[in-house]
Design a protein around this ligand. Structure first.
Ligand SMILES: [Zn+2]
Length: 135
């Protein structure tokens, strides 16, 4: 019974959303995608190991691979901006100052998280999860 409930969890290991939200290797979902876990340490924001430390999956699939993640980042930022816009509009109407203050502070504040999540989504589009084989 409990096992069936665990299978229904959309965020469980084996699902792409697990790898994306936790910034884990898309292949084994054990190794970290980024060398430093804290995205707000900006000097190491984009530092990734060349290969997964657990399963040896190649994180640098080709030169410029993560340029595609910029499109994902753009889409995520747009969705967040629309949500912020409608939230601010609900409280302050068309006043420009609250729009700019809230939008800029939220977009700038979330930039490191959006940057890394976009990379995680991008690599998850090309690599599938493979459960470890038992001997
Ligand atoms: Zn791995």
């Amino acid at each position: 019974m409990l096992e069936k409930l665990k299978d229904l969890n959309p965020f469980r290991k084996g699902k792409k959303i697990y790898s994306i939200l936790r910034h884990k290797c898309p292949h084994c979902q054990e190794g970290n995608l980024f060398t430093v876990a804290n995205p707000y340490k900006l000097s190491t924001l984009d530092h990734m190991p060349k290969r997964c430390p657990v399963c040896n999956e190649n994180f640098e699939r080709e030169v410029g691979f993560y340029y595609g993640a910029m499109m994902i980042s753009h889409a995520l930022t747009t969705v967040i901006a629309v949500i912020v816009h409608f939230t601010v509009f609900h409280f302050w109407g068309w006043e420009i100052a609250p729009h700019l203050i809230f939008l800029l502070s939220i977009i700038i504040g979330l930039f490191p998280v959006i940057f890394r999540t976009a990379r995680a989504i991008w690599i998850n589009m090309f690599v599938d999860y493979k459960a470890p084989q038992l001997p």
